[in-house]
Design a protein around this ligand. Structure first.
Ligand SMILES: [Cu+2]
Length: 65
């Protein structure tokens, strides 16, 4: 399980965009976005670096926490 901070994630549209992008890269991924602390927790076979790239691809800067 990998957790990221995504500071620009501010509403349901953001979380949906991030979830969609991650599911597109790994259909079996488990994604949990928390707007209260702007974190995204992901269970996936993808590496943390690959997940970072996918979040970036969705248009968001992220850091691993
Ligand atoms: Cu939004």
């Amino acid at each position: 399980m990998t957790k990221f901070n995504v500071p620009d994630m501010s509403c349901g549209h953001c979380t949906a965009a991030i979830e969609k992008e991650i599911k597109g890269a790994d259909q079996a991924a488990n994604v949990s976005c928390d707007l209260s602390d702007q974190s995204v927790t992901i269970q996936s076979h993808l590496t943390p670096d690959a997940l970072l790239a996918v979040i970036k691809q969705a248009g968001y800067e992220a850091t691993r926490i």
